[in-house]
Write a protein that binds this ligand. Structure first.
Ligand code: SF4
Length: 462
């Protein structure tokens, strides 16, 4: 393997050309555009009154309601972790947090029409499966009491599960509570890699859960893997992938590991020399992409792959894929309400974020206030750019004439001239093709579509 690798993308009948520039972009972090504007541009010049006005506007709209609940606890500390979380074995430590979540729901529900259907619910973290079964039941009861959960077959109620915290009883319990979709973190099945990231997870754990999830009828089961981890080689990842593909998940995420120990303290336990070399990282990615394509997985975008018959893949073909706080979905994002420390909301024409520090989150609630810390009231220009970014990231193309239809004649030229010019280097690098009235992301550009979307970020100079 040299600095460039050509991968036959059999699912699309094209070839990917991976090079070190792709790796550099993958490892660079940056916004993932689960919405626009991104949270680093929110300001403190945003009040509780701005949020409650937005909730009232949301009631008047006919938008579906999505709820995201952030649960920041983990039982284990993984060396590769880039998410702020609280590590403890003591589940009682989450009690006061759950009480505060309930207070946040109570305060919010005073402004939100509780007869609206909650079409999407997602618990993320941290590790939501950290909670005991009783705590999970209690939290679902409280959400139902404040907002009214849906029994519709079409609802999308998902939770992220750490296989080390869960067993078949957990899955049965989650199903009884109304969850119908699971995402399981695996990362890597090779014991040397697991040792290097302090995450011991025997294959049998994952297999048992997947068998049970399939038996119970959970839909669109997702597994998370990671590439670029310490100790990983093309052979070791191929072996992991072979075992994972035999488990037949409907969706598979292949997240890039981004080594930034200055930003993420747990990563200081990983020595840079343990990481695969750039050439080996390319070989690992090359191997994984070829195996996924051979197994019939479609590359949705960024790190996400899905079987061709999964609703995500179908929605993408039909131009109906959406992208919101919980990532890609086959349902419209609608108005999104985030609950919990650091949670984001995008609702009624605003974007807002709760405090990142647990103490600030608790203090706001204890004083009887909604815990909003920062936000923005979206301008017409923000709406146009949010639309352009979401369509680019979901459709892997952007029809500029549609922008004109949606936002008025020559919207693309009035608002996006700078953005389109900023995409010229990506076009030269083969990540994007540009016609008179369209942009089309190439197969290799799919890996980096969030970096292409940065060109539209006016608040970052786009
Ligand atoms: S990687 Fe996941 S399970 Fe591990 S510490 Fe981070 S949030 Fe917790």
């Amino acid at each position: 393997m040299t600095a460039r690798a050509v991968v036959d993308d059999r699912s699309r009948g094209t070839a990917l050309t991976l090079d070190k520039a792709v790796l550099r972009h993958l490892g660079a972090g940056g916004p993932r555009f689960t919405g626009y504007p991104t949270s680093e541009h929110f300001t403190a010049d945003f009040s509780e009154a701005d949020l409650t006005a937005a909730l009232a506007r949301s009631n008047a709209s006919e938008h579906a309601l999505s709820i995201y609940v952030h649960l920041p606890f983990c039982r284990h500390s993984c060396h590769h972790c880039a998410r702020p979380s609280l590590t403890t074995q003591d589940t009682r430590r989450s009690e006061s947090y759950l009480s505060r979540l309930d207070r946040e729901m109570l305060l919010t529900s005073r402004h939100l029409d509780s007869t609206r259907e909650v079409s999407r619910l997602h618990w993320g973290g941290g590790t939501p499966s950290f909670l005991t079964l009783n705590q999970m039941s209690d939290l679902v009861d409280r959400i139902d009491a404040r907002f009214g959960l849906s029994n519709s077959h079409h609802r999308d109620y998902s939770i992220k599960v750490d296989p080390r915290d869960a067993d078949v009883f957990t899955l049965r319990h989650l199903q009884a509570l109304g969850f119908n979709r699971l995402s399981l973190s695996v990362l890597d099945l090779d014991v040397r890699v697991q040792h290097a990231i302090n995450r011991y997870q025997p294959r049998v754990l994952t297999e048992q859960l997947i068998d049970e999830a399939h038996r119970l009828g959970f839909r669109s089961l997702g597994l998370e893997l990671m590439h670029g981890l310490p100790g990983q080689t093309r052979e070791s990842l191929a072996e992991t992938l072979e075992q994972v593909l035999a488990m037949a998940p409907a969706r598979l995420s292949l997240l890039p590991y981004s080594h930034r120990p200055a930003h993420f303290p747990p990563q200081r336990r990983i020595r840079a020399e343990e990481l695969p070399s750039p050439d080996e990282q390319l070989a690992i990615l090359d191997t994984a992409l070829a195996m996924l394509a051979d197994a019939g997985y479609v590359h949705i975008g960024m790190e996400l792959f899905a079987r061709g018959d999964d609703p995500l893949a179908k929605a993408q073909v039909q131009g109906q894929l959406s992208r919101g706080l919980a990532g890609y979905s086959a349902l419209p994002s609608g108005d999104q309400l985030g609950l919990g420390v650091g949670a984001l909301s995008r609702i009624g024409g605003i974007a807002a974020r709760n405090p990142l520090a647990l103490s600030d989150y608790a203090a706001r609630l204890d004083a009887g206030h909604l815990p909003v810390a920062q936000g923005l009231v979206l301008s017409d220009d923000d709406h146009l750019r949010a639309y352009a970014i979401e369509r680019l990231m979901c459709d892997m193309s952007l029809d500029l004439s549609l922008l004109d239809e949606e936002f008025g004649g020559d919207a693309d030229r009035r608002h996006l001239a700078v953005a389109l010019a900023r995409l010229a280097p990506a076009e030269r690098d083969g990540l994007l093709r540009r016609g008179d009235q369209y942009l089309k992301v190439t197969p290799v550009g799919r890996l980096l579509v969030h970096h292409l979307a940065e060109a539209f970020d006016a608040r970052a100079g786009g």
